[in-house]
Design a protein around this ligand. Structure first.
Ligand code: CTP
Ligand code: MG
Length: 205
């Protein structure tokens, strides 16, 4: 009887430990995940909005580079650039308002500067990517893996590092950065497939 009881105690102890580990791992996963999404929203929104509202005058005005290829190409337009940046900043300002309204103190604290840098950096990164894509002889819309998925993250983070380094160093911790690096290409793919299906994007990547 004694043996059965002590076995039961050992078992329930193990079970509690497993449960505790599970809860801790959920916490250490869910919080960086929510933080990553919250941080990146002002940078995730500009690209799809540019695809939705873009068109018209290209940023390079149709000019070629000395290599005979377009400087940026018809995929980078003023309308896309400004509508995208405006949408990214608007989402960010909404997040700031929601934070204050509902006391979302556990999430990273956006500021007007952080959301402006994230939204602007996202589309500047996209433009720089297109510049180098053309120099490599790739046509508009052609696939360029890695660069296509991470251009806007790189652009957003470079602007933050230049103009608000304390903000990025405070909130983009290593776990959050890891989640951003894993989540971004997945979201990018899903949104582009959706954009292609509804006819906003010519190609599903
Ligand atoms: N877009 C725009 N202006 C921008 C960015 C995007 O008008 N500054 C629009 C264009 O209609 C573009 C679409 O959004 O075709 C999708 O954007 P993206 O995939 O970045 O452009 P691509 O057409 O793939 O061109 P590139 O090869 O230069 O990336
Ligand atoms: Mg593209």
């Amino acid at each position: 009887m004694e043996l059965v009881w002590s076995n039961f105690n050992v078992c329930s102890c193990c079970l509690l430990q497993v449960l505790e580990c599970y809860i801790i791992s959920i916490e250490s996963f869910i919080i960086p995940l929510l933080s990553a999404i919250w941080i990146m929203l002002p940078a995730y929104v500009p690209n799809p909005i540019a695809a939705l509202f873009g068109g018209g005058t290209p940023i390079d005005f149709g000019r070629n580079s000395p290599d005979g290829r377009r400087i940026l190409g018809d995929g980078k337009t003023y309308r896309g650039l400004f509508s995208g940046i405006l949408a990214g900043i608007s989402i960010g300002l909404l997040q700031i308002w929601l934070s204050g309204m509902f006391g979302l103190t556990n999430l990273p604290h956006h500021t007007p500067l952080s959301v402006t840098l994230l939204a602007t950096g996202a589309l500047l990164g996209d433009i720089c990517k297109s510049y180098f894509k053309r120099r490599r002889g790739k046509e508009r819309g052609e696939r360029w893996p890695i660069a296509d998925q991470y251009d806007f993250v790189a652009g957003a983070f470079i602007l933050l590092l230049l103009f608000d380094p304390s903000w990025i160093l405070t909130y983009v911790t290593l776990p959050v950065l890891l989640v951003i690096l894993i989540l971004t290409p997945i979201l990018h793919r899903v949104i582009n497939i959706f954009g292609h299906l509804i006819g906003v994007k010519e190609v599903p990547w």
